[in-house]
Design a protein around this ligand. Structure first.
Ligand code: HEC
Ligand code: HEC
Length: 455
């Protein structure tokens, strides 16, 4: 008995020693530079998350100050204009609510049915709690709205609906395919400044905004003024995810540049934050008449609220891995057959190279190479489409596939390649490849390991 006790004590002691040793090793790496790098990455990610979720870069001077969007949000009753935007309306146009920002009392009141989701005053409360993803309210001392600004999280985040549809825990990086950007911007009482930039009237601006629909936006509109395709369809594109981008070279559907390039572009030119931005390619008056006329390739602000944040913002996005699909959401046997086809007979991996599922290197193709029209490609500097990275595809099946959502289902995408490239795939092959696409990212993903630990 005594012996056993001693053994037990020894065992526990050595366990403690080993644990302490390995923790020590992790926290204090031998080389001083390692410690510096570890510390930097921790700070950068925390910083970048804050910027991604909450930084308006001073764009409230545009959305509130110039367009007066806050007046439409609060409504005439609170000193603004119109009926105001109730939480029910906000959710209907795809805005999302962060359940973790709600105090327990508010959660309980909602649960008890004591909160009127049709009352715009409740929207103001949610804004005060900083609970509306990607939208920040600035308030007057009397509780009315002074201004409103937007963040990256508006378009590139959603929630897991844990509490109710549209209300849940944040999922940064996910494309918000419910969000009707055009409908939201269209509420602004003063769209004249937008009309002036585009050289059209306000009625035309409203028509264009209404043409986008959920999950779409047209960043190029403010460069070339082309709101519609030659066939009359909208020139807008789907909001892509901002996760799973580590290792990917060029970004956006048409490969405008790197992550920090595009972040600077969006923060300055689309969100109307205050910073500095350079791109001499936008001086091309034939291709980018609006940008050239307005000097968008040479933006200068003495007070720069953007440039210092590009580093952390980039690192944060690169650290958001594409999430693993839920268990049972795809047919494993079919996915395994689909993978063999993807890397073999169907030749998909010649462009979508695993594990990035885009080309390592220059990931761009002409429209003809993928058998589509070149309208959207022609609106970008390189006149090409970027090979879309496919990890986490299951999170953005709403709105369709390809830049403008022209293919409603994955099987339709595969069928398109089948005829474009004469692949000789059977209907079964096409459905197997679709199952494989729904299974990405593959098992080596950390989230998936965690999921497995749980069961
Ligand atoms: C109004 C909605 C909206 C906002 C706000 C917005 N984006 Fe985007 N984002 C888009 C759309 C739409 C695209 C695709 C653009 C294209 O291809 O023309 C895009 C593309 C991207 C991409 C390229 C992803 C890929 O496929 O490789 C990244 C990265 C990105 N955005 C990050 C950001 C960051 C960071 C911010 C904040 C500074 C931001 N976005 C703000 C709508 C938005
Ligand atoms: C020649 C290079 C090339 C080949 C081969 C290729 N793709 Fe693509 N893929 C692209 C490009 C470029 C795009 C973007 C097209 C666009 O947005 O208009 C794309 C887009 C996609 C998308 C849409 C992703 C999204 O987010 O909407 C899917 C899915 C896809 N490819 C699957 C496949 C499959 C499956 C195969 C094999 C049958 C394949 N691709 C073969 C270049 C290629």
């Amino acid at each position: 008995m005594k012996k056993l006790k001693l053994l037990l004590i020894l065992a526990v002691a050595s366990l403690v020693a080993v644990t302490l040793y390995s923790e020590q090793k992790h926290k204090n790496p031998a080389a001083p530079q390692d410690a510096m790098v570890n510390e930097n990455s921790e700070h950068a990610v925390a910083n970048g998350r804050q910027v991604f979720r909450f930084d308006t870069f001073g764009d409230e001077d545009f959305w509130g100050g110039t367009l007066g969007l806050h007046k439409a949000l609060e409504g005439a009753k609170f000193g603004g204009v119109g009926p105001g935007v109730s939480p029910a309306t906000a959710l209907a146009v795809g805005l999302k609510v962060d359940q973790d920002a709600l105090p327990l009392a508010v959660v309980q009141a909602i649960k008890a049915g004591q909160v009127d989701l049709n009352d715009p005053a409740v929207t103001l409360t949610l804004l005060k709690l900083n609970a509306v993803l990607g939208v920040t309210g600035f308030f007057n001392p009397d509780g009315s709205l002074k201004s409103v600004g937007i963040q990256c999280a508006l378009c590139h985040s959603t929630v897991d609906n844990a509490f109710a549809p549209g209300i849940g825990h944040r999922l940064d990086g996910w494309a918000n395919r419910d969000l009707n950007v055009g409908a939201i911007v269209g509420l602004a009482p003063n769209l004249q400044p937008v009309a002036d930039v585009l050289g059209v009237d306000v009625a035309t601006v409203k028509t264009v905004l209404a043409s986008w629909g959920p999950g779409k936006f047209d960043a190029e509109l403010f460069m070339d003024g082309k709101a519609f395709r030659p066939d009359g369809g909208s020139g807008s594109v789907l909001i892509p995810p901002a996760f799973g981008l580590a290792g990917v070279n060029l970004h956006t559907w048409t490969g405008w540049g790197s992550v920090p390039y595009w972040n600077a572009f969006v923060a300055n030119l689309e969100m109307h934050g205050k910073g500095n931005f350079s791109d001499a390619r936008l001086d091309d008056a034939a291709k980018f008449p609006v940008a050239a006329k307005n000097g968008f390739g040479h933006v200068h602000n003495d007070v720069d609220l953007i440039t210092s944040k590009l580093g952390p913002l980039q690192l944060y996005q690169l650290d958001i891995a594409a999430p693993a699909p839920p268990k049972g959401s795809f047919d494993q046997a079919a996915a395994a057959r689909g993978e063999a086809l993807f890397n073999g007979k169907a030749q998909c991996s010649s462009c979508h190279t695993p594990p990035l599922y885009t080309e390592p290197g220059w990931n761009m193709h002409t429209a003809a190479e993928v058998c589509v029209d070149d309208f959207q490609a022609g609106r970008s500097p390189d006149d090409r489409y970027r090979t879309s990275p496919l990890n986490g595809l299951w999170t953005h099946t709403k709105g369709g596939f390809y830049h403008d959502g022209r293919f409603a289902t994955l099987t339709a995408v595969v069928d398109h390649y089948n005829s474009c490239m004469n692949l000789g795939l059977s209907g079964q092959d096409e459905s197997d490849i679709s199952q494989f696409l729904l299974s990405l990212p593959k098992n080596n993903n950390r989230d998936r390991d965690k999921d497995h630990d749980r069961d």
